[in-house]
Design a protein around this ligand. Structure first.
Ligand code: NAG
Ligand code: NAG
Ligand code: NAG
Ligand code: NAG
Ligand code: NAG
Ligand code: NAG
Length: 368
């Protein structure tokens, strides 16, 4: 008797669970059908909601860099599943434009991003010197550790960069820092024949070849402890006539005296035309794909590196919220194929490898 009651109980329980699971799946499906026209079909919905942390990315944007900076933000969203928090330092006339566009993108990506807008802010004492260094407001990032006291760590990128893989991979390097490292960057290059710093620099710089600061992991907590911001002004005043690359040179001077504070990233995390225009100079990118493309010297917009321009154009044309799994890759492929030949263009597979892999991992195969 007891046994049969127990069996009935179990049976009922199974029945109820089954119905609950069924209802749950029906809901998920009807939701994704309702929103399938304007919302991405992410395969792994669950891991997104319980993701461990938010990734913080910061850009400094003045003047004509607005469109370009939206594309680096768009590229980060395209290839990343983890929620992204953007901190944008910008002038007053661009703020409302950022607010409008990013608020819209936030809805279109179902809160994949959030953002805050900060004003350009230099110390009063030498404001003119700072504003005239390299390009207007470029040196802003040197002061970020003191300006963002609510942030532990962030990835700084120049506006002329594009992610081609999931930002998580770059963010993970923070956990590889040893106790003296406060920041991670790539080298400017590592070929003595073409390297700029050893041949031309009139100031101290990091290591043998110097650092490129277009991509910079900044552990702000550690930079504050290090006293980073206090180094900046005296170094600028001492070297301002000898530092053509502005803030990058100041970073190199600081790290010249603190080599143990730098984690050096592979060239694939800050891939510039220098890495391909004289032939293949970044073996890691050839082996594993370019992770981040840096269009320095205007190559996303001028005609000098058609392959860089092709990738930029494909991302520029992507509409946030639409499914990139087909159109984006098709455009990249097509724009690269029709670009005029170049050494960098010969490395088409190196450029496409990560976008193809990442989008395949992130998105369902298109439904019939
Ligand atoms: C579907 O889209 C509508 C309007 O864009 C939104 O209000 C709703 O929350 C979305 N549903 C889901 C499950 O995201
Ligand atoms: C920025 O993009 C908008 C819209 O796509 C376009 O109308 C405008 O000309 C672009 N501005 C620059 C400086 O490229
Ligand atoms: C964006 O604009 C809205 C409406 O004007 C405002 O409430 C919000 O604080 C602004 N957001 C940022 C980050 O400036
Ligand atoms: C940055 O450094 C602080 C102090 O060492 C540490 O607590 C924190 O976890 C680090 N942040 C990241 C993202 O690694
Ligand atoms: C630098 O130039 C020398 C002489 O032309 C050449 O033998 C060497 O392979 C070059 N090194 C690199 C890394 O390209
Ligand atoms: C951390 O790594 C850097 C680079 O390899 C090295 O120079 C430094 O001595 C290391 N610091 C510690 C505390 O091990």
């Amino acid at each position: 008797m007891r046994r049969t009651t127990c069996c009935k109980c179990l049976f009922t329980l199974f029945g109820i669970s089954f119905i609950l699971i069924f209802i749950y799946y029906c809901n998920i499906n009807s939701d994704s059908i309702k929103n399938s026209s304007n919302v991405l079909n992410l395969r792994n919905e669950k891991s997104r909601t319980k993701s461990v942390e938010t990734i913080v990315i910061s850009v400094v944007v003045c003047d004509s860099r607005f469109n370009e900076s939206l594309n680096v933000i768009k590229s980060a969203l395209l290839f990343t599943k983890t929620p992204l928090y953007f901190i944008i330092f910008t002038d007053d006339n661009l703020k409302p434009k950022f607010n409008r566009t990013l608020s819209q993108w936030k809805i279109l990506t179902r809160n994949q991003l959030d953002f805050e807008l900060q004003r350009i802010n230099f110390p009063e004492a030498h404001k003119e010197d700072w504003l005239n260094l390299f390009s207007k407001c470029a040196a802003q990032r040197l002061f970020i550790p003191k300006l963002l006291t609510h942030i532990d760590a962030m990835i700084y990128v120049d506006t002329d960069t594009l992610f081609l893989g999931p930002v998580d991979e770059l963010w993970n390097f923070f956990s590889h820092f040893n106790s003296s490292q406060i920041s991670a960057m790539t080298l400017e290059d590592d070929n003595p024949n073409i390297s700029w710093y050893p041949r031309f620099a009139k100031h101290p710089f990091y290591g043998k070849y110097g650092l490129n600061s277009g991509v910079m992991l900044m552990n702000l907590t550690r930079m504050r402890t290090f006293g980073w911001v206090d180094y900046a002004t005296p170094i600028m005043l001492k070297w301002k006539l000898y530092i053509p690359w502005g803030d990058q040179d100041i970073i190199n001077i600081i790290f010249h005296y603190h080599e143990n504070a730098v984690f050096v990233l592979s060239c694939r995390y800050n891939y510039r035309a220098d890495q391909c225009m004289y032939g293949d100079a970044c073996a890691d990118a050839t082996a594993r794909g370019v992770f981040l493309l840096h269009g320095s010297r205007g190559v996303f917009h001028n005609q000098k590196q058609p392959a860089f321009q092709a990738i930029y154009k494909a991302i520029d044309e992507h509409v946030v919220g639409s499914d990139p799994s087909k159109s984006l890759l098709n455009n990249m492929e097509q724009f690269l194929s029709s670009a005029s030949p170049s050494n960098c263009g010969n490395l088409k597979d190196t450029l496409l490898r990560l976008p193809i892999k990442t989008l395949n991992d992130l998105y369902d195969a298109p439904k019939r």
